[in-house]
Design a protein around this ligand. Sequence first.
Ligand SMILES: Nc1ncnc2c1ncn2[C@@H]1O[C@H](COP(=O)(O)OP(=O)(O)O)[C@@H](O)[C@H]1O
Ligand code: SF4
Ligand SMILES: [Mg+2]
Length: 336
Amino acid sequence: MTNGGAPTAQPLLDVQDLAVEFRTRDGVAKAVNGVSYTVAAGQTLAVLGESGSGKSVTAQAVMGILDSPPGFVTGGRILFQGRDLLTLGKEERRRIRGAKMAMIFQDALSALNPVLSVGTQLGEMFRVHTGTSRKEARAKAVELMERVGIPAARARVGDYPHQFSGGMRQRIMIAMALALEPDLIIADEPTTALDVTVQAQVMDLLAELRREYRMGLILITHDLGVVADVADTIAVMYAGRVVETAPVHQLYKAPAHPYTRGLLESVPRLGHKGRELHAIKGLPPNLTAIPPGCAFHPRCPLARDVCHTDRPPLYDVGPGRTSACHFWKETLDGAR
Ligand SMILES: Nc1ncnc2c1ncn2[C@@H]1O[C@H](COP(=O)(O)OP(=O)(O)O)[C@@H](O)[C@H]1O
Ligand code: SF4
Ligand SMILES: [Mg+2]
C-alpha cells in the first residue's frame, strides 16, 4: 500500500490474499478468493458488501471458527500482532480467541446460552480465563453490564437472555466480548436485527468502547448507512474479494470502483425523496461458477472486453486506497 515512504507501524491484523472454499455435494464454492485487509490498533474497519460476498466467512477464518469441513482455508496469511494464525495449533488459537480477539454476532439470542443467567455467562468468561472466584466473577459481571448501559444491572444479573429486549441482549453480547479486554473485536452485522433507534445506540456504544479500550474493531455490514460515522476505513467486498479500500470519507466522496459507486447510489438519501434509486442491476454470482476476468463484469456499466478476460489486481490508487478495477482512474475522475 502507498505510504509516502514513511515507515508504517505493524498493523494489529493483516489479512493477506486469504482464500476459503466450501467443498459440498453441489460443487466447490469459492467463498473467499484473495481477501486482503488490515486493521490498526484503535481503528475501525468496516467491511461492506451484499449478502453472500464472503464477509462472515473471512471473519470466521480470522477467528478460527470456520465450519470445517466443509470449509477450508486454501491460501493466504492471517497475521495477528505479527504472527500467522494459520500456522498455529488448535489450542493456541483457542487461547487467542478467548483473550485477544472476540466476536459479536447478529443474533444474540442464539449466541447466548438460553438456560444460563447472563450473570453466570459473563462470570464464566472471567472464571475460565483468569481463574477468579465465583463471587468476584459475579461482581465483575455486574460492572460490565453497567458499563454497556444495562439499567438496574445488579438486579438483573440473574435474569436469562430471553428476559431482555433485543437491544439489551446485544449489549450483553458486547459485554461478553469485552470481558477479557481483547485487542480485536469483530462485530458481524451487530445491529441488523434491531430497529433503527436502537441500532444507532448500539453502534455508538461500540464506537465509544473501541476508543476507551483502544481496540481494533471490524464492523461487518451490508448497510452503508450505519458505518459512515463510526468507521475509519472501509473495505468493500464482492464475490469473495476486496474490490476497494479507502478512508471512509474519501470512499463516500469519490469511489474508485464501479461496484462501490453502485452501492452508494442505491442508498436512499435524506432530502432526495422521490429520486429514483439506482440499485445495481443483476445479482451477485454463484460462487461455484464465478465469472472469469472481473467477477463484477456482468453487472458493470463500465465493462469492456478486457474485463471479460483479465482479473484486475488490487491497484494502489492513492494513500491508503486500493481498487480492483482496470478503469479505476476513470471511475475516480468521473466521481470527482
Ligand atoms: N457452512 C457453509 N457451508 C457451505 N457454504 C457456505 C457455508 N458458509 C458460507 N458458505 C458459502 O460462502 C458464501 C459467503 O458466505 P458469507 O461469508 O456468510 O457471506 P456474507 O457476506 O453475507 O457474510 C455463501 O454464499 C455460501 O456460498
Ligand atoms: S474491471 Fe471492468 S468490469 Fe470490473 S469493475 Fe472495472 S470496469 Fe467494471
Ligand atoms: Mg454474513
